[in-house]
Design a protein around this ligand. Structure first.
Ligand code: IPM
Ligand code: MN
Length: 360
């Protein structure tokens, strides 16, 4: 019997619903073609619901979402809601409560897509960042004292447990074994690079580095190990992105370097990511945000959302369908679209979805 996957869909705010609609279109075609079923159920979490009801997220939202095989997210962020409320109250809360401790962010330049990096093309820009997603500064202790006075003190500490670091590294090593350059026929080794700051953050990244080397030597000796400081990583991401294969890093560093990575792959119209709980329910999203100024015009690029859908299928085990969607997307970027940016694609949002679906 065909596998059926229960998918919770959170279209969210702004252009989220428009891009998610195209993603669903493509996912449905992929399901029919590759012989599985997707049972998709919409949730109205987002800014409009908050403005209407005053509730950011129902108390039991995470428990309800745990009943699903995966979550497909559009975008969170509303122009009438103060920044931070929805991001923290929905996106971060779901990541934490569902223990999605990995944020997987491929940095891959597709054919035909313009990059700001001079003389670099799809051959050079093709690596993956594994960002730790539930710890570090994002969840470390902090607070104010003497707030509002001239003696005010604010703290926000970078806290990591060995357990958090180990489970993230384990995922990253296994990802490198499965998807590294050797596994993809693009190099002689699968390489995992730890991105840290061992020269200054001598406690937290000492822990990361020891765990990295111990785990690597004992369980993943077939994966080559490299270490890079985060500041230098930013330079090399611009100058020599071809050096990278799979990178693993902390939550805050991963947040920062993946925006840099996204712009090198053509920007927010194409960059997708997965918030992954390898033992639980994961959530896939285009990383571009809700782009409110384009809402309702049918001009936003849905490819990032479609790629997020492909990542979701890979994580569900439907790898063939995932690869087929990505290939169709590459054909669309390579042969069809004029540009990735909203309003300049040469096609409407739904026409881009149709193109990908028809090429499947
Ligand atoms: C991201 C975003 C989020 C983050 C924000 C919106 C909370 O920047 O997914 O990278 O910091 O993780
Ligand atoms: Mn970010």
């Amino acid at each position: 019997m065909a596998n059926t996957y229960k998918i919770a869909v959170i279209p969210g705010d702004g252009t989220g619903p428009e891009v998610v609609a195209e993603g669903k279109k493509v996912l449905d075609v992929a399901a029919a073609k590759f012989g599985f079923k997707l049972d998709m159920n919409d949730f109205d979490y987002g800014g409009d619901r908050f403005l209407r009801t005053g509730e950011i997220l129902p108390e039991n939202a995470a428990d309800e979402l745990k009943q699903y095989d995966s979550i497909y997210l559009g975008a969170i962020g509303h122009p009438d809601v103060k920044p931070g409320i929805l991001e923290k109250g929905i996106l971060l809360r779901l990541r934490f409560e569902l223990d999605q401790y990995i944020n997987l962010r491929p940095v891959k330049l597709y054919p035909g897509v313009e990059t700001p990096l001079k003389d670099k093309g799809p051959e050079q820009i093709d690596y993956v960042v594994v960002r730790e997603n539930t710890g570090g500064i994002y969840t470390g202790t902090g607070g104010f004292s003497m707030k509002g006075t001239e003696h005010e003190v604010a703290t926000q500490s970078m806290v990591y447990s060995r357990h958090q670091v180990d489970r993230c590294l384990k995922y990253a090593f296994e990802y490198a074994q499965r998807h590294g350059k050797k596994a993809r026929g693009k190099g002689s080794a699968n390489t995992l690079g730890l991105v840290g700051k061992t020269n200054v953050l001598t406690y937290v990244f000492d822990l990361w580095e020891r765990a990295f080397n111990e785990l690597g030597a004992s369980d993943y000796a077939d994966v080559a190990r490299e270490y890079y400081h985060v500041d230098a990583t930013c330079m090399w991401m611009v100058k020599s992105p071809e050096w990278f294969d799979v990178l693993v890093t902390s939550n805050m560093f991963g947040d920062i370097i993946t925006d840099l990575g996204a712009i090198t792959q053509g920007g927010m119209g194409i960059a997708a990511g997965g918030n992954i709980n390898p033992e639980g329910v994961s959530m896939f999203e285009p990383i571009g945000g809700s782009a409110p100024k384009y809402t309702g015009q049918g001009i936003i690029n849905p490819l990032a959302s479609i790629v997020a859908g492909a990542m979701m299928l890979d994580t569900l085990g439907e790898t063939e369908a995932s690869v087929a969607i990505e290939n169709a997307v590459m054909e669309v970027t390579g042969k069809k679209l004029k540009s990735l940016s909203a309003g300049n694609m040469g096609y409407s949002t739904s026409e881009v979805g149709d193109l990908v679906a028809s090429l499947l």
